[in-house]
Design a protein around this ligand. Structure first.
Ligand SMILES: [Fe+2]
Ligand SMILES: [Fe+2]
Length: 179
């Protein structure tokens, strides 16, 4: 991988954690695990759902930073088409993340049933697909190219700003598999 800028390192680390998050979600809703609904009466699974809610908020915050700071910069450096594409993907991902968050909260508050598990799996699967493609695109077209159009001072200032603004905990990975 190309040598990353300071902001690139921060965003890359977040992308890696988001990737781990969505891989964990995917493995929980597909295959053999997908046949077993999350049981909010089980303390561990309840905690995983709580963590998922926090993680999804953090993903939404990550996207908000990109929209407020990164994409306008891209735009001013000839990346108008790319910015439009990435923004459009955020428009798809945001509601999916919020929908999954809403379903997770309902399950926490009111318990699991077949309809909720089906809705959870459906929203999770769509989010995983959209987010996977988006992360790959941003890594290749933005994160690895930041050094090319950000001067060192701006890069440093934005990295510090994002670190200061982002939620106190790093993006949680609730369905992390342990092998
Ligand atoms: Fe991103
Ligand atoms: Fe993004």
């Amino acid at each position: 991988m190309a040598y990353l800028s300071e902001l690139g390192e921060v965003l890359h680390e977040e992308h890696f954690r988001i990737l781990s998050l969505i891989c964990g979600i995917e493995s929980r809703v597909t295959g053999a695990d997908g046949q077993h609904p999350i049981d909010p009466k089980d303390e561990q699974e309840k905690e995983q759902l709580r963590q998922l809610v926090v993680s999804l908020d953090q993903v939404i915050d990550h996207n908000a930073f990109e929209e407020a700071v990164l994409f306008p910069l891209l735009c001013t450096h000839g990346g108008g088409d790319l910015t439009s594409l990435l923004t459009q993907e955020h428009v798809t991902i945001g509601p999916l993340a919020k929908r999954l968050r809403r379903i997770a909260t309902t399950i926490l508050d009111h318990g699991m049933d077949a309809e909720r598990w089906s809705a959870f799996r459906s929203a999770a699967t769509k989010l995983v697909t959209e987010m996977m493609a988006h992360l790959q695109k941003e890594e290749l077209t933005v994160v690895q190219k930041l050094r090319g159009f950000l001067d060192v001072e701006t890069d440093h200032r934005l990295a510090l700003r994002h670190l200061a603004e982002r939620p106190p905990t790093r993006i949680k990975i609730p369905f992390q598999t342990t092998t």
